[in-house]
Design a protein around this ligand. Structure first.
Ligand SMILES: [Zn+2]
Ligand SMILES: [Zn+2]
Ligand SMILES: [Zn+2]
Length: 115
């Protein structure tokens, strides 16, 4: 496969999952790179704050006040007409409107989109 595998925490790209996971990652809670498992998209949204970026590496280079890792993390699901909070089930028409509301059932206190 010619496709690249991206780390969802720092945006580093590798040619295989095994080479990605063998490296250490300063932005990952596990200190290891973890593969982004979503599809390639024209825009990547942060699953914590809804900011959009054209690449995973530009997304993960910014800091995020709503993320537990303090960096934006790419939403790995597909684009949808409705996004459902995985903690409380509320539905919203966009990731940015979903993440702008607070959620009593979420560990981060904000809604998070289900895949
Ligand atoms: Zn990484
Ligand atoms: Zn964010
Ligand atoms: Zn919620």
């Amino acid at each position: 496969m010619a496709e690249k595998i991206y780390c969802k925490h720092c945006g580093s790209s590798y040619s295989s999952v095994s080479s990605l996971t063998s490296g250490s990652c300063s932005k990952s809670p596990t200190k290891r790179h973890q593969p982004y498992e979503g599809a390639e998209k024209s825009k990547y949204y942060c699953e914590h704050c809804g900011s959009s970026y054209s690449s995973i590496s530009s997304l993960t280079s910014g800091s995020c006040s709503k993320s537990p890792t303090r960096y934006h993390q790419p939403y790995e699901g597909d684009e949808k007409s409705k996004y459902i909070c995985k903690h409380c089930g509320s539905s919203y028409s966009s990731i940015s409107s979903l993440t702008s509301g607070s959620c009593s059932k979420s560990p981060t206190k904000y809604h998070q989109p289900a895949r």
